[in-house]
Design a binder for this molecule. Sequence first.
Ligand SMILES: O=C(O)CCC(=O)C(=O)O
Ligand SMILES: [Fe+2]
Length: 380
Amino acid sequence: MDSEMSHQDGNYNESPAKSEVIGNGTVTTMANSRLKLRVHPNKDHKPEGYDDLDLDFNPSIFSSLERYLPSNMLGIPRDDKAKFMREILLKYLPSGERHRTQKHQEYREKIKSNYQPLHRELYALNPTTFFLPTFLKAISDNTEQSFRSIISEPSPGIYVFPMLQPDFCELLLSEIENFEKWVAEAKFRIMRPNRMNRYGAVLDDFGLEPMLDRLMDDFVRPLSRVFFPEVGGSSLDSHHGFVVEYGEDKDLDLGFHVDDSEVTLNVCLGKEFSGGELFFRGSRCERHVNTGTQSEEAFDYSHVPGRAVLHRGRHRHGARATTSGHRINLLMWCRREMKLYQKDFSDWCGECNRMKKERQRSTCAATRLELIAREGESTA
Ligand SMILES: O=C(O)CCC(=O)C(=O)O
Ligand SMILES: [Fe+2]
């Protein structure tokens, strides 16, 4: 029945699309400038890291682009290089996107200069106060065996594990509440995490991006390298981090959809609630997103505060109504900017696999029929 639900476009995120403009390395000149980028990258140059700067493009794009800077620019301060490269990137974005990126940057700056964080200790990741010791140990051992010692896989491709300290959940909930209070008092027009949620907030927008960067780099990526190599799990390089909120006076449920991510981390922060189960209906590639569900693909999951679910973004899912109380979940859509080429067959797509089996079955059946026919001919 759920397979008949309409598929909501996974691209429902309204954060600015980060671009692949230098993907083929062919950016050669800049308009309105006498300075020219190199045609070929300077392979001997070791670019700087840009992770700690508040940038509106993926920091790895800046590091890659730095190799194309003319040699007389390599020694200038990093901030100046970043500013210069940002201008180049903006020039190469289609104008609509450029406008959105600029607006989004202004939006973040407005929040930054007006919002007073309540719990500053949340803004830099502190593993021992954020995570449960079992989770920390599994990650620091960094083997499939150590991961599997705390993670269960109740249905193929869905990984569940206890992750967050209760005190951390409480602190984060209180920071979110504080942010929302400020939004209401300042009558600030807030951008919601996506088009499907009318409530919730983008954590990256009010200063938590560096903390979430580290969460992805040091904790989600090691797990994804092992469990989701086929969608680029080892090279996730950007994220969209937000919270969703459900309850009587908020959204109740969330329709059937795929996420705009390679891998999604979904952790329940609390508070007390009933209902709100996630329903999963199998992974699908782009071509097969609206195909039916096989019975073994249907899986329902009940959220527990502090517990995380890790799944492919293309694993179709939705959330049932939160029937009482208030549920808040932390979501991190982890992406790989340089998308993997979509092949004719994806071994993680339930429908590609079903069609392949079907073809194999009919080839076998045809061969059998032919053998029987030949046997008949030879005995006639
Ligand atoms: O409510 C949930 O737990 C699921 C949220 C979700 O799937 C999403 O925001 O992409
Ligand atoms: Fe989702």
